[in-house]
Design a protein around this ligand. Structure first.
Ligand code: NDP
Length: 449
C-alpha cells in the first residue's frame, strides 16, 4: 500500500469509527478490505466523485425488531432481532440468519458487508445481507425454539421476498429452524416462493446445500495446494468447530485421504492423533447435531484426547482450517502455527482470524484464504437453490456438486488473477479486489442511488 493510500485509509477509518461508534467487528472488516482496495480506488476519479466507497460502507438499511415469545413455563421472554440489508446492487439481498446471544448490530454489519463481497465473488446475482437474533437455541426445548422462530418470522416476513431478500441459515439456525421459519412464512403469506434457502429437499431445498460450505472450502483448499504444487492426500489438517461447516469439511477431507486431526467446540478440542475416520465422524455428527451435546462429554476412544478449553492451533499440522466463529484464531495462535511450519490457512468461518493473526501469517509468507472466498460454496449453492425454485426444477446432487466445483475453481482463479505480485499468492487482496470491483462498478453506474 502506498503512503498516500495508507493516509486515506487511516482518515476513512477514523470517520467510519466516528459515525459507527462501538462497532469493532464492522471497523475490523472494513479496515481489512481497505488494505486491499485503496490503491486501486484512489485511481478511480469518477468513483470518488460518486462517493462509491462511502456508499459501499453504509448499509442500505438496518432493521431491528422485538421478538417476544412464550417459554415452557408460560413466561414471556423478549429478544432482539435484526436484518441488515447491506447492499442490493448486483442482486436481491442474500445472507444467513444467526441465533446466538453474542450478536449485535456490529456483528451483523460486519457479516452483511463481508457477505456482499462474498456473493459478488460467486458471480451469481446476489446482494449482501445478514440477520438473526440474540437468542440462544442451546438448552431450549423444541417447542420453545418453534415459538421463537414463529415470532421472529412474524416480523421478518414483511421485509423479505424472492426479489427482495432471501435469508438462509448460519450459526444456531440449521435445518430445523429454517423449516419452522419457512412453514410460518407460508402461513402468513399464503405464497409458496423460495424465500428462504437451506430448506429440506422435500420442500424446495437443493441437494448438496447442507454440505456445500464445508465441501466448497476443501475444493478451494485443493486449488491452493495445486498452486503450491502439492496435493491434499496425507496432509494433517487441524479443523476448529464441530458444526455444519467443520463436519462437512472434515468429511470431504477424509474422502480425499487427508488426515483430519481435530475438531472443536466451545468446550475444547478433540485431538485425533492418527486422523478421523468416517465412522467416528458420524458419531460426532450425531452427538453435536442431533443430540446437541458438548464435545467435552463425547466418549473418546484409543488415540483420541479431549483438550478442555483449548483451541486446535497448538497441534502439529500442515493445514489449519478455522471453521467455528469470528476472531477465534488470535496472534498467539498464528505464531504457534508459524512455529510448526503450517503450509497454509483456509478459512471455513467468517473472519476467524484477527487482524494481528493475519499479519503474522503475511510476515511468514504463509498463504491464507479469507472466508469470503473459501467459504462461498454455501451461498453459491443457496443461489442455485433460488434458481431451481424459480424454474420449479430439482437438480440432482451430482449436478449441484459439479456447479459448486466450477464456482470454487472460478473464485480461486479470480483471487489469483487479482492478487498483487508477491512471493506468495495474496488471497486476501485478490478476493477483496475481485469482490469490491464488481459491486463498485455497478454502484458507479447507478450514479448516487
Ligand atoms: P454451527 O452453529 O453449525 O457450528 C458452529 C460451531 O462452532 C459449533 O461447533 C460451536 O460450538 C463452535 N463455536 C462457536 N463459537 C465458538 C468459540 N468461541 N470457540 C470454539 N468453538 C466455537 O455453525 P456453522 O458451522 O454453520 O458456521 C460456522 C462458521 O462458518 C460461522 O462463522 C458462519 O458464519 C460461517 N459460515 C457458515 C455457512 C454455512 O453454510 N453454515 C456459510 C458460510 C460461512 P458449540 O456447539 O459448543 O456452540
Amino acid at each position: 500500500m502506498t503512503k498516500k493510500s495508507a493516509k486515506f485509509r487511516e482518515e476513512f477509518l477514523a470517520q467510519l469509527k466516528e459515525t459507527n461508534p462501538n462497532q469493532p467487528e464492522f471497523h475490523q472488516a472494513v479496515g481489512e478490505v481497505l488494505c486491499s482496495v485503496t490503491d486501486w480506488y484512489l485511481d478511480q476519479t469518477d468513483m470518488r466523485k460518486n462517493a462509491v466507497l462511502e456508499r459501499f460502507t453504509e448499509p442500505d438499511r438496518s432493521i431491528k425488531f422485538r421478538v417476544a415469545w412464550e417459554d415452557d413455563d408460560g413466561q414471556i421472554q423478549v429478544n432482539r432481532g435484526w436484518r441488515v440489508q447491506f447492499n442490493q446492487t448486483i442482486g436481491p439481498y442474500k445472507g444467513g440468519l444467526r441465533f446466538a446471544p453474542s450478536v449485535n448490530e456490529s456483528v451483523f454489519k460486519f457479516l452483511g458487508f463481508e457477505q456482499t463481497l462474498k456473493n459478488s465473488l460467486t458471480r451469481l446475482p446476489m446482494g449482501g445481507a445478514k440477520g438473526g437474533a440474540d437468542f440462544s437455541p442451546k438448552g431450549k426445548s423444541r417447542r420453545e425454539v418453534g415459538r421463537f422462530c414463529q415470532s421472529f418470522m412474524q416480523e421478518l416476513y414483511r421485509h423479505i421476498g424472492t426479489d427482495i431478500d432471501i435469508p438462509a441459515g448460519d450459526i444456531g439456525v440449521g435445518a430445523r429452524e429454517i423449516s419452522i421459519l419457512f412453514g410460518h412464512y407460508l402461513k402468513l403469506t399464503n405464497k409458496w416462493t423460495g424465500v428462504l434457502t437451506g430448506k429440506g429437499c422435500d420442500f424446495g431445498g437443493s441437494a448438496g446445500r447442507t454440505e456445500a460450505t464445508g465441501y466448497g472450502c476443501i475444493y478451494f483448499l485443493c486449488h491452493m495446494l495445486e498452486e503450491a504444487n502439492c496435493e491434499i492426500a496425507d496432509k494433517r489438517i487441524a479443523i476448529s468447530g464441530a458444526g455444519n461447516v467443520a463436519l462437512h469439511a472434515a468429511s470431504k477431507a477424509i474422502e480425499l485421504d487427508a488426515k483430519v486431526i481435530s475438531l472443536s467446540d466451545s468446550s475444547g478440542t478433540l485431538h485425533i492423533k492418527d486422523g478421523l475416520d468416517h465412522e467416528m465422524l458420524d458419531k460426532i455428527e450425531e452427538w453435536k447435531t442431533t443430540k446437541r451435546e458438548s464435545l467435552a462429554d463425547f466418549k473418546t476412544g484409543k488415540g483420541v484426547k479431549f483438550l478442555s478449553d483449548e483451541k486446535p492451533w497448538s497441534l502439529e499440522c500442515d493445514i489449519a482450517l478455522p471453521c467455528a466463529t469470528q476472531n477465534e484464531l488470535e496472534e498467539k495462535d498464528a505464531k504457534k502455527l508459524v512455529e510448526q511450519k503450517v503450509m497454509m490457512v483456509c478459512e471455513g468461518a467468517n473472519m476467524p482470524l484477527t487482524a494481528d493473526a493475519q499479519q503474522v501469517l503475511r510476515d511468514a509468507d504463509i498463504p491464507h484464504a479469507p472466508g469470503k472466498a473459501s467459504n462461498a460454496g454455501g451461498v453459491a449453492v443457496s443461489g442455485l437453490e433460488q434458481s431451481q425454485n424459480a424454474q420449479r426444477l430439482r437438480w440432482d446432487a451430482d449436478m449441484v456438486d459439479k456447479r459448486l466445483r466450477e464456482i470454487m475453481k472460478t473464485i480461486h482463479a479470480d483471487c489469483v488473477e487479482n492478487s498483487p505480485k508477491r512471493k506468495i499468492i495474496d488471497y486476501r487482496d485478490g478476493a477483496n479486489l475481485t469482490g469490491f470491483r464488481r459491486v463498485a462498478d455497478a454502484m458507479n453506474a447507478f450514479w448516487h442511488s
